[in-house]
Design a protein around this ligand. Structure first.
Ligand code: SF4
Length: 430
């Protein structure tokens, strides 16, 4: 079978790439969203869940403006606002919260899983949401299960909201009574991507469960027979929680681009003893389609220089994709946090000598970026406009989290997210 995309021939076995990289570590001012942002994609995924932020008006504005408010359907997120009386200790916050939860559940019988989501204000006043969730469970369980996690901006970055949410669910997952190894994919994927992944794995003869599920009544079982693949690179706490239930992580690059998707699927195939010809048969057609689509994008992207600011923890897998499949040159790859174990397969595929930075000191990083004058910068919303004003083309990092980008069928769309700003800049310059 011909390969259209000239994916570089070396593998992690032949080159250590950035495996032993010493990142430039910065611990200064950061420009990222808080963990509440995860509610935007999580509430779409678990369709009978409700996310009740216990926070301030600022928290309410963030969620409402980022997620948009549906006018034909009742939203599945809201904010219990901590006001001045609560902050001054004049009201019993636990009593108030119980009242709000009671009203919400009486009005919305469709809710089967309720998350009490902590915020900066709830942490500042030391509101114990785990105690509140316990109390609520005594009243509403089994009809509604109440869990809590923190989405506060004190965490490293906004994708940790999903990590905290999933980790909170793990202790409640049913125990597996089986001893036969079973595959689980961990991390929120758009439904369309999940369906594609399930279909590919089923064509190899593999049954798979997804966590989180689309419905809280269909939680996957977990136990020592569970082998899990991470679909997202920001799930360190969730992975740890699953491992504490006996599950085993299958190390793999993340399913971004043709190479990432193939090696990710291959990790499952190898673990479950899928024959090479069965793997080839299951993956050949979508792989070839994706390779052809990427070949078109590569013509434009080859040699363009890209700089990643730290934002979502997707940066290293994305850098591997744009470098190896689109031929882009990596100027700096910033990540909010470098999880060496989960990133080992990715780091091995990043060319040795790449400047990798962990954490942020935003002024210093902006100085480096401007001095480097890259062709494209991937950054948070707050940095995009100032950089555009300097004549630097930008891509909003958060779009890469909101858009379905995993898997073969989305590989060209993923490339398009990088090529579109460059095309726009070229048109403006013409
Ligand atoms: S949780 Fe903190 S950072 Fe996030 S919106 Fe609320 S106050 Fe702001």
């Amino acid at each position: 079978m011909s390969t259209v995309i000239p994916i570089r021939a070396e593998t992690s076995a032949q080159t250590a790439g950035c495996t032993d990289v010493v990142p430039l570590v910065e611990r200064g001012q950061r420009e990222v969203f808080c963990g509440l942002t995860g509610i935007i994609w999580m509430h779409r995924k678990i369709q009978d869940a409700f996310f009740l932020v216990v926070g301030s008006r600022t928290c309410a504005h963030l969620i409402q403006s980022a997620a948009g408010v549906m006018i034909f359907a009742e939203p599945r997120f809201g904010t219990a606002i901590i006001d001045e009386r609560d902050l001054a200790g004049l009201a019993d916050v636990h009593e108030e919260l119980d009242r709000v939860v009671g009203q919400l559940l009486a009005r919305r019988p469709d809710i089967r899983l309720l998350f009490l989501v902590g915020s900066c204000p709830s942490e500042v006043i030391k509101l114990d949401l785990s105690r509140a969730a316990e109390r609520q469970n005594q009243i509403h369980h089994p009809k509604v299960r109440v869990l809590n996690y923190s989405g506060s901006g004190i965490e490293t970055t906004f994708t940790q909201g999903e990590d905290a949410c999933l980790a909170a669910m793990v202790p409640g997952l049913p125990a597996s009574a089986d001893t036969t190894p079973a595959l689980m994919v961990v991390g929120t994927l758009a439904d369309v991507v999940e369906d594609q992944m399930r279909s590919l794995l089923e064509r190899m003869g593999l049954a798979v469960s997804f966590f989180p599920p689309r419905n809280s009544q269909a939680m996957p079982v977990v136990g020592p027979n569970t082998r899990f693949l991470l679909a997202q690179p920001f799930l360190a706490d969730t992975a740890r929680a699953l491992q504490s239930r006996g599950a085993q992580h299958l190390p793999a690059p993340f399913p971004l681009g043709v190479e990432g998707t193939t090696t990710w699927l291959q990790a499952a195939a190898t673990e479950f003893g899928v024959a090479p010809e069965v793997f080839e048969q299951a993956t050949a057609a979508p792989r070839l389609r994706a390779e052809k689509a990427l070949a078109v994008q590569r013509q434009m992207m080859q040699g363009q220089r890209i700089f990643f600011f730290p934002d979502s923890q997707l940066e290293i897998p994305l850098a591997r994709f744009v470098h190896r499949e689109l031929g882009m040159e990596l100027v700096e790859v910033g990540t909010p946090y470098l999880h060496r174990q989960h990133m080992a397969e990715e780091l091995a595929l990043i060319p040795a000598g790449t400047r990798i930075s962990e954490g942020q000191d935003v002024d210093l990083q902006l100085d480096r970026c401007i001095a480097d004058a890259p062709d494209l910068v991937v950054c948070g919303l707050g940095l995009a406009n100032p950089l555009e004003a300097q004549g630097i083309t930008t891509k909003w990092a958060i779009e890469l989290v909101f858009t379905p980008i995993q898997g073969y069928e989305q590989a060209a769309d993923l490339a398009g997210l990088f090529s579109r700003p460059l095309k726009r800049r070229m048109k403006l310059a013409a």
